[in-house]
Design a protein around this ligand. Structure first.
Ligand code: IVH
Length: 684
């Protein structure tokens, strides 16, 4: 590469990496895989190292000399007492052995003791405990200063607000990672899809997006979890090594990273890494590698070791500490497989969103056979230039939804042509539209049969009116036989319409008609949710039902009435008003009334729990959380995920954690199950 080429490549890579840093850290919406990102960054670092003069000439601003910045608007900024650095990483066993060789040389010893543990694919966090009490939770930010997300972190179950004694330092920063389990990720994404909102690509993005929510109530409704693995500032210092600190974390009652190995020598390090790799499918968090740390704090601080970005005697050579020389992340290469794109089809969603899907030659990948992979949207196809007939690499990182990560252009058939994203809905042929600033093309036709099918499915689904027996297949059958064409048609169905559809269909028809009849008095919130109003999920539907008490009143809601609802922002209010303003939707509300759908509003005002907000914590002696919540809602109360000054009661059971503490701090009354049952009985 000529110097001119190197210089332009450096400039190009700096811009690209900086753009991906912004997407990953600040917006939690990466567009390339971690593997591809790491490769770009490694290429840049190598070029900067071989051409230090060119690198300097191109200016000091390079993403290799800073930590990806996650700070966003809306949060107070807090300086870390000790900087939060990042880690050097490698995908190569040879480089891991070189890491050890450097340390062995610096310390003049071959048999070094290391800790080896999973690298958690989550969001870095720093907790401050003062005199054993949790006082702050701060994101990494730019490494020096991060966002104060204390209120959100306090909603995490399983994170003690106070440490168990006896040895508790006065002030201590503890570093760890916040993550979401796979099941929780799927649950939330399903809701996102039902809301017509773009789903999150993986648990890490969802955890990052959740941590940066401005509404702690939303955070409390998603089950974030945390593990802790390191120490920042600590006064007085506790322990002499990583492994001793790990023991202290356990003693304080904090969740730690598992499995955790203490090993001697590089071969044992490699064996531990392989053991983590073999077992990683069974871990609750996603792991993308293993972190190897020199165990003894004394050795970490050795003048020849310390941090990258600082000289041996502690003088800064970069703007700040970058990464420790005493630690290294070994990353597992993602599971990838090569296959061919048979076709690109377009899926039409309930909201009309047109989603392109790659139909693949079936390929076995990370334990399952993959036949389809989402291509997200038109821009994404164009960016990757995915074509029908292309050989592609599909990747399934951490058992997540498979994605097409690269096209093998060299294997492209000569006859292939770029994919032309349809300008019309593939089902009803209406010209597709794209809102300003939106990436998604939509079918705007309210009568599009596919949208209707999906809307009816959603209306009858478990989360909606929960009409037993009216699942995907039956909806499709009723539509095909032209027995229904709209949601209100469900209520016009008669037993005799259904009888001919199935052989000996008496019982089936009877059950379905009974289930439909039962749904005529469904809870109002189910109907609000079932209508599929953009931005209105189950929680918002419950708030709306409580506030407006009928669909007709809801249809007339003014913006100021909507904004008065706790947790409603302008976006939700605007989406709801736009929906209500649509003549077709108003007609739908009237028609539902006309066919006899008279939803049941929440318990009438006047009962003791009306307008009261409850927070549940700990395990109750007889009721499950769901049962307690149902009782509260039935009596007109509301359940919230986090304690605030607006909370009326905290219903606490065994092993109640942070919420109980918070209730005590804020002076919110705490009641037990017996007292709660008396209140409910008095209320009804
Ligand atoms: S130790 C001085 N241990 O990975 C750096 N980090 O890519 C101390 N991470 O910034 C980090 N699991 O957010 C450490 N077991 C683990 C980790 C871990 C995940 C994160 C951490 C770090 C990033 C570097």
């Amino acid at each position: 590469m000529s110097p001119a080429e190197a210089q332009s490549r450096i400039a190009q890579l700096r811009a690209t990496v900086a753009q991906h840093d912004e997407l990953y850290y600040r917006r939690a919406k990466p567009e390339i895989t971690d593997f591809d990102y790491d490769q770009l960054k490694a290429e840049l670092a190598a070029l900067e190292q071989t051409h230090p003069d060119l690198a300097a000439a191109a200016g000091a601003e390079t993403p290799t000399a800073r930590v990806g910045d996650d700070r966003t608007d809306g949060f107070a900024r807090v300086k870390h007492r000790q900087a939060m650095t990042t880690l050097d990483n490698t995908y190569d066993e040879g480089e891991l052995r070189e890491f050890h060789a450097r340390l062995a040389k610096a310390l003049g010893a071959e048999e070094l003791v290391y800790t080896v543990e999973p690298k958690i694919d989550g969001v870095a966090i720093s907790l401050t405990y003062e005199h054993g009490k949790l006082t702050r939770a701060v994101t990494r930010g730019d490494g020096e200063e991060g966002d104060d997300v204390t209120a959100n972190v306090r909603t995490i179950r399983g994170l003690p607000q106070s440490l168990r004694g006896p040895v508790v330092p006065q002030v201590m920063e503890i570093r760890g990672e916040i993550f979401l389990r796979e099941e929780e990720f799927r649950r939330i994404n399903q809701l996102q899809e039902e809301l017509g909102v773009e789903p999150y690509a993986n648990p890490r993005n969802l955890a990052a997006g959740t941590l940066k929510q401005l509404d702690a109530g939303v955070v409390g409704s998603r089950r974030l979890e945390i593990v802790l693995y390191g120490v920042g500032h600590c006064d007085p210092v506790v322990g002499q090594s990583q492994s001793e600190f790990h023991e202290h974390l356990l003693g304080w009652g904090l969740p730690v990273v598992e499995p955790f190995f203490v090993v001697c020598g590089v071969d044992a390090v490699w064996a531990a890494i392989q053991e983590i790799d073999r077992g990683r499918g069974g871990l609750v968090y996603g792991t993308d590698g293993a972190v190897v740390k020199l165990d003894a704090f004394g050795q970490q601080r050795h003048p020849k070791i310390g941090y990258r970005g600082m000289t041996a005697d502690g003088r800064a050579e970069a703007a700040r500490k970058l990464s420790p020389r005493w630690a290294c992340a070994y990353k597992f290469a993602p599971d990838r497989a090569e296959t061919r794109v048979r076709d690109i089809t377009i899926q039409v969603g309930r909201t009309g969103a047109l989603t392109p899907v790659a139909e693949l030659e079936p390929v076995f990948l990370a334990g399952t056979t993959v036949k389809r992979a989402t291509l997200h949207n038109a821009d994404e196809i164009a960016r990757k230039d995915v074509r029908v007939g292309d050989a592609v690499l599909v990747e399934k990182a951490g058992e997540i939804i498979p994605a097409v990560v690269a096209v093998l252009v060299e294997k492209r058939p000569a006859t292939s042509v770029p994919f032309a994203f349809p300008r019309q809905c593939p089902v009803c042929t209406t010209v597709a539209v794209r809102g300003e600033g939106e990436v998604v093309w939509r079918c705007p036709n309210p009568a599009c049969p596919e949208k209707i099918r999906r809307r009816i499915e959603h209306f009858a689904s478990k989360g909606g009116l929960d009409i037993d027996g009216l699942g995907e297949e039956v909806v499709a059958l009723l539509l095909a036989k032209q027995l229904i064409a709209t949601i209100p048609d469900i209520y016009r169905l008669k037993r005799e319409h259904l009888l001919p559809l199935k052989k000996s269909g008496e019982i089936w028809a009877g059950n379905l008609i009974t289930a439909i009849a039962a749904s005529r008095t469904a809870d109002l919130w189910r109907v609000v949710f079932g209508l599929g109003i953009p931005q209105v999920g189950a929680a918002a539907a419950k708030d709306l039902a409580r506030t407006f008490r009928s669909l007709e009143a809801l249809a007339e809601a003014t913006e100021s009435e909507l904004l008065r609802i706790d947790g409603f922002g302008e976006k939700t209010a605007a989406a709801l008003q736009a929906w209500c303003a649509e003549p077709g939707n108003r007609a739908l509300v009237h028609e539902l009334h006309a066919v006899g759908l008279i939803p049941t509003p929440p318990a009438a005002a006047g009962s003791a729990l009306t307008g009261k907000t409850f927070v549940l914590t700990g395990a109750l002696p007889t009721l499950t959380r769901e049962e307690a919540a149902a009782k509260i809602e039935a009596a007109g109360g509301r359940v919230s995920g986090s304690v605030s000054k607006k909370t009326h009661y905290v219903l606490a059971g065994e092993e109640a954690g942070s919420k109980l503490e918070k209730a005590k701090t804020l002076g919110v009354p705490v009641i037990d199950e017996a007292e709660f049952l008396r209140m409910v009985a008095g209320a009804t």
